[in-house]
Write a protein that binds this ligand. Sequence first.
Ligand code: ZN
Length: 142
Amino acid sequence: MSQDCKNALAGYLTTLKSLAYSAPLYDVNQIGGTSASTYVGSFGNGYTTGQLFDMYHHSSLTVVNVPKPGIYFRDPSTFIGANMYLLLHEMMHMAFPYPNSQGDLDQPLANLLGIYNRGGEGWSAANSRYFNSGCNPAELGP
Ligand SMILES: [Zn+2]
């Protein structure tokens, strides 16, 4: 992890270290044919896990306050190389889960860290821009 991320996330490093060993990771390539409601409750009614995941068009998703909270993705290669910062982004959703389970986890996380959505980007994209920069302080603010 970059020094900038260590500095920015200093208050969460103990939690992140624990999550590195304990965060539930769900490979949708393995569970995609199962009923989504098993994992995310009524939110997933009528969909398979794969269908629901693909509706979001994200490489990975973190879901909290559901029967199986955790980080969902297709294939472990989602997080290799520089994409470890995507995993850090998702881990921060687990370290700082917003109480509104099925609401947007990205805007509260952005607000926590001082990330603004620039040029009409979504909150998820804003968080990814910041994390993918290695938490460069220049990516904070408007
Ligand atoms: Zn996010």
